[in-house]
Design a protein around this ligand. Structure first.
Ligand SMILES: *Cc1c(COP(=O)(O)O)cnc(C)c1O
Ligand SMILES: [Zn+2]
Length: 398
């Protein structure tokens, strides 16, 4: 396959960087870097129909829009191509005919972190990385460990001491070094950065590395096929996304732009909704204040460990995506999350992670307030499997 990746671009100052060298943050201003492609070349080499006709090959169905060019480095464990599930009973409970769940719980390692790590670890491997390090609230560490194991590379994972036991176990069974840290993911981040620097491990920290976002971008790409109408790729009206670091949300937003530039979709966009827990809602607070950036959230606490991210590096990009798509941001309580988890299981047949269930709790509120209309196509991302959270029990409500 011809290399389509052209360069990296700073999301804040616009600086261009060589994509064939390992890069972390922008060396000029310290902001996240975004991968840019030669889209004319992509357009000349593949059509939407050819992509649809490809067999299942993990995220690499989209390889012309991903950063790895040599197939021998395209690691797949079967991530991606997750089902889009229509949820009639769950929808009818709130008066929606077109409520869908994109079920990321069926990914390898039980969460959509697999998509990001498939791309990030593969590209790092292609560029010669032998050892990776990342802080994690839980799922990213397990996913990085799995992809590194498959390629025979080293993984070092810094995790809060009270992260779910399943995450601690999976990280170790894949052969990664697990380092438990006092405090939250931002404390783990400091330790990971220091040890990485000292030992020459490449940092895979959320948005401190430009390619995990590319893997998560495939969630947005797949939607265009799911919502196809009259032979034309289309998107839903509203997307609810449980937001921690916001990588998936930024990734989808980027995917939509790339598809529009390729002429694969039109200019309409889904309204993007950030869903957080009221015990850790830095983006919701910033959005409500009309701010361009978020502040660190004090005493972050929620059962949805993937949402327990008090300091958000991609805050400016997330807030921009909300403004540009006429989206919104909403917080729900842990009690509401537990209820929603039970409802999604009972009325939908999906044992959602608390993060995914939070989105149904948000749907209930947004339908009540009139922000979501009855005839709209509404998509919830269930970002992980409820089976990974074996310390919490959903709360019966019916
Ligand atoms: C990491 C994680 C999130 C948050 O994802 P971001 O893209 O970083 O916002 C949500 N749900 C689950 C299950 C996660 O593991
Ligand atoms: Zn910059």
């Amino acid at each position: 396959m011809p290399a389509t990746l052209s360069h990296l671009e700073c999301s804040a100052c616009g600086e261009h960087l060589n994509a064939n060298e390992l890069q972390n943050l922008c060396p000029v201003c310290g902001s996240p870097l975004l991968a840019r492609y030669d889209l004319a070349k992509v357009k000349a080499s593949i059509t939407p129909q050819q992509i649809e006709d490809r067999p299942r090959m993990g995220i690499w169905r989209w390889q012309e829009l991903l950063p790895v060019s040599d197939p021998q480095y395209m690691i797949t464990l079967g991530e991606g191509d997750t089902p889009l599930l229509h949820m009639p009973r769950l929808g009818q409970r709130v008066g929606l005919d077109h409520l869908y769940i994109k079920d990321e719980g069926v990914n390898p390692t039980g969460s959509f972190k697999a998509r990001g790590m498939a791309a990030g670890v593969s590209r790092g491997w292609e560029l010669g990385v032998k050892a990776f390090v990342t802080p994690t609230a839980g799922n990213a560490g397990g996913a990085m460990a799995a992809y590194a194991a498959h390629a025979g590379l080293q993984a070092h994972v810094f995790m809060p001491k009270d992260a779910p036991m399943t995450n601690q176990i999976e990280t170790q069974i894949y052969g990664a070094q697990l380092i438990l840290v006092e405090g939250l993911i931002n404390d783990a981040g400091k330790a990971a950065a220091a040890e990485g620097e000292k030992n020459g491990w490449f940092e895979m920290t959320t948005l401190k590395e430009p390619y995990r976002i590319e893997g998560k971008k495939t969630m947005g790409l797949e939607l265009a096929i799911h919502f196809k109408e009259n032979g034309q790729w289309k998107l839903p009206d509203v997307i609810l996304y449980p937001t921690g670091g916001g990588v998936g949300l930024i990734g989808m937003w980027k995917a939509f732009d790339e598809m529009e530039q390729l002429g694969w979709i039109g200019s309409e966009r889904p309204r993007l909704v950030v869903v957080q827990s009221d015990g850790c809602a830095p983006i919701v607070k910033a959005y409500q204040q009309g701010a361009l950036a978020s502040e660190i959230w004090q005493n972050a606490r929620t059962i949805a460990s993937g949402l327990r991210i008090p300091a958000v590096r991609g805050d400016r990009l997330i807030l921009r995506a909300l403004r540009e798509t006429n989206g919104t941001a909403i917080a729900v309580s842990d009690d509401e999350i537990l209820e929603a988890q039970w409802l999604v299981a009972r009325l939908g047949g999906v044992f959602a992670a608390p993060e995914g269930a939070a989105c149904y709790a948000a749907v209930i509120k947004l339908v009540e307030s009139g922000w979501i209309q009855a005839d709209e196509k509404v998509l919830i991302y269930n970002t992980g499997s409820g089976m990974k959270y074996n310390e919490i029990l959903p709360k019966p409500v019916i």
